[in-house]
Design a protein around this ligand. Structure first.
Ligand SMILES: [Zn+2]
Length: 475
């Protein structure tokens, strides 16, 4: 690789305050269009915006969670641009005096070591209206939905410290986890409550030049963030090899075709101090109070999991990335189960099942108490691992107890030796040549017989017992 990528991310996060940023309208953009509006967020002339205290507090918590320094004084500007989603012609944003500066996020680099990625600043701004394009009829029309107008956002602007797609993906993942811990934001890329814009440029490896960058938008998953950046690095490398200059512009990621394509830029004008919204002055006492409201953060939690539960550093870090999962893990451990075993069940069976269903733990019917009861049945050898996996899947969407599911689905483990012995005798009688093979020293045949025996018992045979009987019969 002749070139090195220089990547910076600008991330918009929607805060989950009850109301919009400058009025009392509900912060519910998904409601029936234009239901949540008033003269302030319809941007009527003469309406006076008033900053929501809740939105400010949530923004400050988010900044503190990302290790930023809250500025003693910050203020709003009018960011001028002209587009139908912003009929007043300017967006209230903080340009000259942002809320916070100089933060950082530690990520796990590709080499397994820690890498610190710096945050340049975080500012607050209001969201704009949503345009809905209807192209079906005779005359295509565009409609404006103001439910989103005035919803509180923070924009997190990183330094250009990232060098590859992996680092960008880890940055988004870590930052998202930390923000969710504060309870300030949902941070879903899929639902658009976290939006990532990536600035990417290339330079000859070993130099510290800053070259013309290209902005890429519209990545609606962490995977897509990585893929779009990887695509853009290849595209720019090819341009440079051909001797074509890189031009400053914005591109959209197309998740279907898996390419980036140029988009038309919006006109953007100057940024002028806004005279209507009061400036934000932060006192030391208030800042201390806000710091006191931060929960135990992922890094501290990981440290504690390492110490208290004997997890490996990687397990501890993965388990503390998302607050819901970390709290679930600790609630399960209240039932006195071996911590490594609980962690292993969460990582190997629960997390993949959640990913398949595209759900968070809180969106399922599984509670820590029911999960713990399932694992204790496994511990007591009442069911085997195969059955426990089946029961776990059912627990995600059923309100029944694990015991009820086990009884109903006949998942209870067969530990009746005489039942298993006759089953094995039958199998061995049906496969005389394999028995001969084993006796000649082919140990692999044992696995084959175990598979047949598990199948014959419909997955319910006690594996320990089956193996014992098999060994006895074959020797
Ligand atoms: Zn309003």
């Amino acid at each position: 690789m002749k070139y090195e990528a220089v990547i910076g991310l600008e991330i918009h996060v929607q805060l989950n305050s009850a109301t919009k940023m400058f009025c009392d309208c509900p912060n519910r953009p998904g409601d029936e269009p234009n239901r949540n509006t008033c003269p302030i967020c319809l941007w009527f002339p003469g309406a006076l915006p008033q900053l929501s205290q809740e939105a400010l507090e949530k923004a400050v918590l988010a900044c503190l969670a990302l290790n930023c320094r809250i500025q003693p004084e910050s203020a709003f500007d009018q960011k001028v641009y002209y587009y139908p989603d912003l009929p007043k012609g300017f967006q209230l944003s903080q340009h000259h005096k942002p809320l916070a500066r100089n933060g950082w996020v530690d990520i796990l680099g590709e080499d397994g070591g820690n890498k610190r990625l710096r945050i340049h600043h975080i500012h607050m701004e209001e969201d704009v209206a949503k345009l809905v394009h209807e192209t079906e009829g005779k005359t295509p029309i565009s409609l404006v939905d103001f439910n989103r107008a005035g919803i509180p956002l923070i924009e997190i602007v990183s330094e250009a410290d990232m060098r590859n797609p992996h680092e960008a993906m880890e940055y988004v993942k870590t930052l998202r986890g930390q923000l969710r811990y504060t309870g300030s934001a949902e941070c879903s890329l899929e639902q658009g409550t976290l939006r990532v814009d990536a600035n990417i440029s290339l330079r000859p490896r070993g130099t510290d030049e800053l070259n013309t960058k290209v902005e890429v938008k519209n990545m609606n998953s962490i995977r897509n963030v990585g893929d779009a950046i990887a695509y853009e690095i290849i595209r720019q490398t090819e341009c440079l090899e051909k001797g074509e200059p890189i031009v400053l512009h914005t591109r959209l990621w197309d998740p279907e075709k898996r390419v980036t394509a140029p988009m038309r830029g919006k006109f953007s004008g100057p940024c002028l101090p806004d005279p209507s919204v009061a400036k934000i002055v932060v006192t030391d006492d208030w800042l201390k109070e806000m710091q006191g409201r931060l929960p135990e953060m992922p890094a501290q939690k990981a440290e504690r999991f390492l110490r208290e539960y004997g997890l490996t550093p990687e397990e501890a870090s993965n388990m503390s990335l998302e607050r819901d999962l970390a709290e679930f893990f600790e609630a399960v451990l209240k039932q006195d189960l071996p911590s490594r075993k609980v962690a292993s069940w969460i990582f190997t069976h629960l997390v993949p099942a959640l990913r398949d269903r595209n759900q968070t733990i809180r969106e399922t019917l599984l509670t820590a108490e029911r999960f713990a009861r399932l694992l204790s049945m496994l511990e007591k050898d009442l069911i085997n691992a195969h059955a426990a996996k089946e029961v776990l899947l059912q627990l995600l969407s059923s309100g029944e107890t694990p015991e009820e599911i086990v009884e109903k689905g006949r998942f209870r483990q067969v530990s009746d030796a005489s039942e298993l012995e006759s089953l094995i005798d039958r199998i061995l009688a049906e496969h005389p040549s394999d028995v001969a093979d084993f006796r000649k020293g082919n140990a692999k045949v044992m696995g084959f017989f175990m598979g047949l025996a598990m199948k014959a018992s419909q997955g319910k045979g006690n594996p320990k017992l089956l193996k014992e009987i098999l060994t006895k019969r074959l020797s």
